[in-house]
Design a protein around this ligand. Structure first.
Ligand SMILES: NC(=O)c1ccc[n+]([C@@H]2O[C@H](COP(=O)([O-])OP(=O)(O)OC[C@H]3O[C@@H](n4cnc5c(N)ncnc54)[C@H](OP(=O)(O)O)[C@@H]3O)[C@@H](O)[C@H]2O)c1
Length: 254
């Protein structure tokens, strides 16, 4: 039996879960690719590749030279450039692509969401008056909030942000999800948060803050999903595993 050679574009919970699910399965030879933004990523099984490919062309070259059979784009919903590159590279190399695209969060009764389409708009939407803001957009995306320096930002990220990106008034929390509702509520209360700012990443791991904000009737400034390029996709790791079963079956019987 020849193992299917799989490249997973990661940086998301789904990529990690898929790598763990395929660990030890002799039908697949898995390489996980990370951009290298996090200096200490969570420990994962299997082969790891870190750093960019050099655009779609570079990725196509790696797919061809290293004889990958399948490309799984499991990047974060806001990682648009990599999704575009994955589509172009799959087309150029003739390698089959599957994306994992988790659904966005949707408003529920009791939510007080303010929808915006950019981080700049999110910063403006906090308003003129100084507020205490819980900011979970990620440490690379804090600079736009320097334009609204009157607010105090409680910034939570996996790793400490660079000081030059920070607005003047900050309290830093470094933590890696998943988070639960009771802890999120306690955090919002302890820091006297008045408004939450987040990107609509979707998924279970980061949703607890929305439940906590709803329970406390806090407004949430929600940065909407960017438009994503069309690609064949599934929404969950479980569906990706089913798709892989089928891919393996069709390849081994060919
Ligand atoms: N954007 C977010 O909000 C967010 C949140 C959580 C995690 N992440 C993860 O962080 C990484 C970077 O996100 P981003 O928004 O900066 O991406 P991006 O804008 O879509 O991609 C920028 C460049 O980073 C490199 N890259 C991205 N993902 C890669 C991967 N999995 N393996 C190897 N190279 C990768 C590629 O460089 P080359 O062109 O040189 O190949 C790509 O052109 C992604 O892997 C994403 O899954 C992003």
């Amino acid at each position: 039996m020849t193992a299917l050679k799989l490249l997973i574009l990661g940086g998301s919970g789904e990529a990690a879960d898929l790598a763990r699910a395929l660990d030890g399965d002799a039908r697949y030879d898995v390489t996980l690719s990370l951009a290298g933004r996090t200096t200490e990523p969570a420990a994962l099984p299997g082969k790891l590749r870190t750093g960019g490919f050099g655009g779609a062309e570079g990725l196509a070259r790696v797919l061809g030279d290293e004889r990958f059979d399948l490309l799984i784009d499991a990047t974060h919903p806001f990682a648009v450039q990599m999704k575009v590159n994955a589509i172009e590279a799959a087309r150029a190399s003739g390698v089959t692509l599957l994306a994992i695209r988790r659904p966005p969060w949707v408003q529920r009764e009791g939510d007080r969401w303010i929808m915006v389409t950019s981080l700049e708009a999110a910063a403006a939407a906090i308003g003129e008056d100084p507020r205490r803001v819980f900011l979970t957009t990620g440490r690379m995306e804090l600079a736009p909030f320097r334009a609204a320096p009157q607010h105090l930002y409680i910034v939570r990220s996996v790793e400490a942000p660079s000081p030059e990106d920070l607005p003047p008034l900050v309290e830093l929390i470094t933590a890696r999800g998943p988070f639960n509702v009771a802890d999120e509520r306690a955090l919002l209360e302890a820091h006297k948060v008045e408004v939450v700012v987040t990107k609509n990443s979707g998924g279970a791991g980061a949703a607890a803050k929305l439940d906590a904000a709803r329970a406390l009737s806090l407004p949430v400034i929600m940065v909407e999903r960017p438009d994503l390029p069309e690609a064949p996709y599934v929404e969950t790791v479980a569906d990706a595993l089913l798709w892989l079963e089928r891919a393996h079956g069709s390849t081994s019987s060919a």
